[in-house]
Design a protein around this ligand. Structure first.
Ligand code: FE2
Length: 317
């Protein structure tokens, strides 16, 4: 269970300093109305509030994201959640490293700690709910039965929607530098990497195999936002639903090697991607996961169609 459900205290690795989850993100795009079409179709509760859009998961109402109008598409900032008792240590650690703490950006007042990663991405560390799962989230497998037509008619199918944000994958010109920063400053750990091309990092207090991930590019940028889905069927149905609404360009159905998750990516209106993901590996708080460097051929996907040519094109470069 996660603390978000409010039933039991979140897991933590005793004594160790590290953020425990992604609290949310703010994405800037040229046209917020396009974002409402896209994320609404994707299965999020996309609510307009003034000239911004709030992205909530349907079942629990949690607000994962905000979309604001802001010229070219870019990640405005990412908020990382930490335990309250760790905040003074984060502050002294950041200052001890000679990193500059910043004022909150206009319109986003908070008592969090604001700083930029080496690529200039604005980050906020603040006290918040542990949104990362304490244990592996099981996927729902509906058993089929003999003597029955097990698949429903299309018109009778009930759509399943994302349960939570799983991870954010960013482009970076320097993957080792990103690993070093997110480890030393935010207390995350490497889960898996493939040389200097791609790296996946987990949060130490129990999280998905990756919460933040980085892939090499000429410039910084957003590659994808990944959303946890309840079942394999819901990934296929989600992709079909998006295609029927004009969002057909994607990659999937497939399965990754690093993270083991099943996926289907849909391209958003700005050339980055939203991923339907299911059954991603989990790193419990009680475990020391050993980050391994994998051969390139094993870094990408186990099976699936060939990725589209623009899958790792960075529209912010
Ligand atoms: Fe992903």
């Amino acid at each position: 269970m996660t603390a978000i459900a409010g039933h039991m205290p979140a897991t933590r690795k005793p004594g160790a300093l590290g953020i425990h989850s992604i609290g949310g993100f703010v994405l800037a795009v040229p046209e917020v109305s396009r974002a409402q079409d896209f994320y609404g179709a994707f299965g999020l509760d996309a609510r307009a509030q003034g000239n911004q859009l709030n992205l909530h998961t349907m079942a629990d109402g949690y607000r994962w994201g905000r979309v604001v109008e802001g010229g070219r598409k870019h990640m405005h900032h990412v908020t990382l959640h930490a335990f309250e008792e760790d905040m003074p240590r984060f502050k002294s650690q950041i200052e001890g490293m000679g990193l500059r703490l910043l004022d909150p950006p206009a319109g986003f007042d908070s008592n969090g700690l604001w700083l930029r990663d080496p690529d200039g991405l604005l980050l906020e560390i603040r006290v918040g709910e542990k949104t990362s799962p304490d244990e592996k989230t099981p996927i729902i497998l509906k058993p089929t039965e003999g003597g029955l037509r097990n698949a429903p008619y299309r018109r009778h199918v009930e759509r399943e929607v994302p349960r939570r944000l799983s991870h954010i994958l960013m482009f970076t010109p320097d993957v080792p530098r990103a690993i070093a920063f997110y480890s030393r400053v935010l207390g995350m750990r490497l889960s898996d990497r493939s040389g200097d091309f791609v790296a996946f990092m987990h949060a130490i207090h129990g999280s998905d195999h990756h919460v933040m991930a980085f892939v090499k590019s000429a410039a910084p940028g957003l590659h994808h936002l990944s959303w946890d889905m309840p079942s394999l069927a819901s990934i296929g149905l989600g992709a079909m639903w998006m295609a029927d609404r004009g969002f057909a360009h994607g990659w999937g159905f497939g399965r990754h090697v690093l993270g083991s998750n099943y996926f289907h990516y849909i391209q958003d209106p700005w050339g980055s991607w939203s991923e339907y993901s299911a059954d991603i590996d989990h790193v419990p708080a009680s475990m020391e996961w050993e980050g391994i460097d994998h051969p390139m051929e094993d870094s990408f996907y186990l099976w699936g169609p060939n990725p589209p040519e623009d899958f790792v094109a960075n529209t912010e470069a």
